[in-house]
Design a protein around this ligand. Structure first.
Ligand SMILES: Cc1cc2nc3c(=O)[nH]c(=O)nc-3n(C[C@H](O)[C@H](O)[C@H](O)COP(=O)(O)OP(=O)(O)OC[C@H]3O[C@@H](n4cnc5c(N)ncnc54)[C@H](O)[C@@H]3O)c2cc1C
Length: 386
């Protein structure tokens, strides 16, 4: 292929969104994915991801507003409803490892409404919860579910409709920045383009190494589990919210969706791995931890275990996104979701397209710069629970 404007490496949620936004803007874009499209080896598979306004900085709260708008634009183009609003409950036991103050202050600073509930009120509204009296709940009505595998597939479908070429089973084996253009090689071909967008998540380090660059990323093998409650109607969308337990360990869960089981997981609960050393077998100890949490706090949800599966988190030390030009390589853009990026995928696609086409974006992405101290300080202090 010749005459390419942009090559996108990696076609999970972020790369698919970038290909969509770039192709939509009229750019000649090639997307390369090393495995089959929709594979289960990365971070964008399975049904559900949480989308929420509640975050610990005003910047993120503002970004979530833009994220919802980007999902709405995608819904409009696809003529399909994608965001399932359930409301969201962040649960803070007294002295929680994740303090509520920054969440409340950030929502207030941006003017996003929320309710601060005591444990009795949480249990009155959602009787399935069993909470100690010292737990507080932050209720935000806009939170909900975005479809993971389906949304990613849709982004690719729309990208192709706008003219993008997306190739599966095409591992990128070499990347060169020639200054005036970039070159990307797979086993069978070499492609030249004006810009390169790396959306390789757990494999990012391998590609950066080709450009003599590095980021202090940690990859962990995570796990999610589905349970079938005896009374699924009690956990249906409309009756039960998405929720996050804001302590260490931190757990999160969903209503029954899309069918008869509900999903629960521990956040950053798995071992450090690499994309090539990770396994795929669920860890019974991890399943036992989430089952134990359900027995303690949501006993009627702790029904028959349905199945568990694994996925990869790719974490920055501050758990902030990484987004923007690779220092020293103006023609190379990098995007990392830092294991909370799915909700931002359509927005990040648009930002990447703005950066590739115009060299800038109206969205404030300065906190996510690749040369920020958290990514450049030797041996940075990691804090994943934010
Ligand atoms: C269990 C779990 C729960 C999560 N929960 C939430 C949530 O509730 N809310 C939320 O917003 N986010 C959540 N996230 C995070 C979110 O899902 C991820 O940030 C997002 O899906 C990452 O997308 P990605 O495209 O960057 O990565 P991936 O989907 O992993 O895609 C990267 C792609 O790059 C390809 N690739 C890599 N190297 C090469 C190469 N050399 N050549 C070609 N292709 C290559 C890979 O094969 C892969 O397909 C969760 C993540 C996990 C794992």
């Amino acid at each position: 292929m010749t005459g390419l404007d942009v090559v996108v490496v990696g076609l999970g949620a972020l790369g698919s969104a970038a290909a969509w936004a770039l192709a939509r803007a009229g750019v000649r874009v090639l997307g390369l994915e090393q495995f089959e499209l929709g594979h289960h080896r990365g971070a964008s598979h399975d049904h559900a991801r949480i989308i929420r306004r509640s975050y610990h900085t005003p910047g993120y709260v503002r970004l979530t507003g833009l994220a919802y708008a980007a999902w709405a634009a995608l819904e409009w183009e696809a003529a399909e409803r994608l965001v399932v609003t359930t409301g969201g409950l962040d649960l803070f036991p007294a002295g929680s490892a994740i303090p509520p103050g920054p969440y409340r202050a950030s929502l207030e600073a941006v003017g996003v409404p929320y309710q601060w509930l005591d444990a009795a009120e949480v249990m009155r509204r959602w009787p399935a919860f069993r909470l100690d009296a010292d737990v507080r709940g932050l209720w935000q009505a806009d939170a909900g579910i975005v479809p993971a595998a389906h949304g990613t597939r849709l982004l690719r479908r729309l990208a192709r409709r706008h003219g993008a070429t997306l190739l599966d089973r095409s591992p990128v084996t070499a990347v060169h920045d020639h200054g005036g253009w970039v070159e990307v090689a797979t086993a069978g071909a070499t492609f030249r383009a004006g810009q390169l967008v790396l959306c390789a998540d757990a494999w990012t380090g391998d590609l950066l190494a080709q450009l003599e660059a590095d980021l202090p990323l940690v990859v962990t093998q995570e796990q999610f589990s589905y349970f079938r409650p005896a009374d699924p109607a009690a956990f249906a969308v409309g009756r039960f919210p998405v929720w996050i337990w804001m302590d260490d360990p931190s757990f999160y869960g969903f209503p029954v969706w899309p069918d008869a089981a509900l999903k629960v997981a521990q956040d950053v609960g798995g071992p450090q791995v690499t994309a090539s050393t990770r396994g795929f077998e669920p860890d019974p100890a991890a399943t036992a931890r989430v089952a134990g949490f359900l027995r303690d706090h949501l006993p009627s949800a702790a029904g028959r275990p349905d199945h568990s599966a694994t996925c990869l988190y790719t974490l920055t030390p501050d758990r902030d996104l990484a987004l923007g030009p690779l220092p020293g390589h103006d023609r190379v853009l990098v995007a990392l979701g830092a294991a909370h990026g799915f909700k931002f995928a359509p927005l990040l696609g648009r930002v990447l397209a703005d950066l590739a086409l115009h060299g800038g974006t109206e969205v404030d992405i300065t906190p996510f710069a690749l040369d920020r101290p958290a990514l450049t300080t030797p041996q940075p202090q990691a804090n994943y629970l934010v």
